[in-house]
Ligand binder design. Structure first.
Ligand SMILES: Cc1ncc(COP(=O)(O)O)c(C=O)c1O
Length: 375
């Protein structure tokens, strides 16, 4: 199947109908979105750059934004890079689509965490890539299993979300990080690190990219400044950088206006202010979700979330059926079956703390547990 609706999209459509308990959306907390600062930035770039803000974007992205981003990734993610090695994309999703087009053909072997983020692997599937699922536990992708799989299926590409994984919330342990980088060197694997959540939490593990410059890093401003801005980026060097820049010409998808707005918000420190507040809020929200689950649905958590937006649970009943019942009570979440590669566990769900208000988390989990108990 090359094209299908993402379960995140399907659940989000329900959420748009105004659900009280939105555990589906991966969008950031509405209280953190810097909407007034966005207006100020528009006025500033309008005054300063005039019509240039609606000119065609150049390949690779706006130079000013690339320079600001090189500072941002250095400061918040420990990645030291030249601005030329940063390619602007229309979000991380677009970045991964471009990388899939560039690097994957029919039967290209791609190792992914199992479960993994269904939406980012969709373009890989579309290219005809052969996805090999690597088991995940509380320390992230099991790199020892990865090594065994490489012996069987040969070298290829590794697509991973090492920090604050979507959908399990786990982070790759330091030992496994080192091991993954070692394996990649030994077998000539290309690593794509997808990393939307690291900046939102204090004391996260270092990015793979900060440990090895060979890693292709995909970042995004979606979770900090707003997903509708559609600004993400890739940090990559050498031949791949040049090729990605050329491929980006095929669609010029990252709007010039958005690029100017994000540039201005970065240089004025708006992103930093949001990050400061995010690092205070999201850990509290995640803690609230975990403690509510421990209280009302003990043993449901399949992995212990470490950071990010998500917890992945065993629902004990078919999650789509549960969703139909839950929606009537104003609860929405994403059924988990499609996140899997090797098997489809339909009695699973991804719960997100992104959009839901912290005050509703406990109440929502209790309401969900009541429905599960009655099923
Ligand atoms: C792991 C992962 N990758 C990519 C994305 C997409 O981000 P963007 O809005 O930048 O396309 C998300 C969003 O939820 C995500 O969780």
């Amino acid at each position: 199947m090359r094209l299908y609706w993402s379960p995140v999209e399907l659940a989000s459509r329900l959420a748009r109908k105004g659900m009280r308990y939105n555990f589906a959306s991966g969008a950031p907390d509405p209280g953190l979105l810097p909407i007034d600062e966005l207006r100020r930035s528009f006025e500033r770039v309008y005054e300063e750059y005039g019509k240039a803000i609606i000119a065609y974007p150049g390949a690779g992205g706006l130079r000013e934004l690339r320079i600001e981003l090189s500072r941002y990734v250095g400061r918040t993610l420990g990645i030291n890079t030249n601005w030329r090695d940063i390619i602007i994309t229309a979000g991380a999703q677009h970045a991964i689509k471009l990388l899939s087009q560039l690097l994957m053909r029919r039967r290209t072997t791609v190792y992914v965490e199992d479960p993994t983020f269904v939406e980012t692997v969709a373009p890989m599937r579309f290219q005809g890539a052969r996805l090999i699922g690597v088991p995940v536990d509380n320390e992230g992708m099991n790199t020892h299993e990865l090594e065994k799989l490489i012996k069987k299926y040969g070298p290829g590409i590794v697509y991973a979300v090492p920090n604050c994984h979507n959908p399990t919330g786990v982070s790759l342990s330091m030992d496994r990080r080192k091991h993954l980088i070692e394996i990649a060197k030994e077998h000539g694997l290309i690593i794509i690190e997808d990393d939307p959540y690291t900046s939102l939490y204090p004391n996260t593990e270092p990015t793979l990219k900060s440990m090895s410059n060979d890693v292709i890093y995909v970042g995004t401003l979606s979770k900090v400044l707003g997903p509708g801005l559609r600004i993400g980026f890739v940090v990559v060097n050498g031949v791949l950088r040049n090729d990605l820049e050329k491929l980006e010409q095929h669609d010029f998808a990252a709007s010039t206006l958005s690029q100017y707005l994000v540039y201005d918000m970065l240089r004025r420190g708006v992103a930093n202010d949001v990050i400061k507040r995010a690092r205070e809020l999201y850990p509290r929200k995640l803690k609230e979700l975990i403690s509510a689950l421990d209280e009302y649905l003990p043993n449901a958590l399949m992995y212990r979330p470490h950071c990010g937006f998500y917890a992945f649970i065993n629902t004990r009943v078919n999650a789509w059926e549960l969703l139909r019942k839950s929606v009537r009570q104003g609860i929405v979440f994403v059924p988990g079956g499609r996140f899997f590669i090797n098997r489809r566990l339909e009695n699973t769900a991804r719960l997100s703390i992104g959009s839901i208000s912290i005050d509703l988390i406990k109440e929502g989990v209790k309401a969900l547990s009541d429905i599960i108990m009655a099923t």
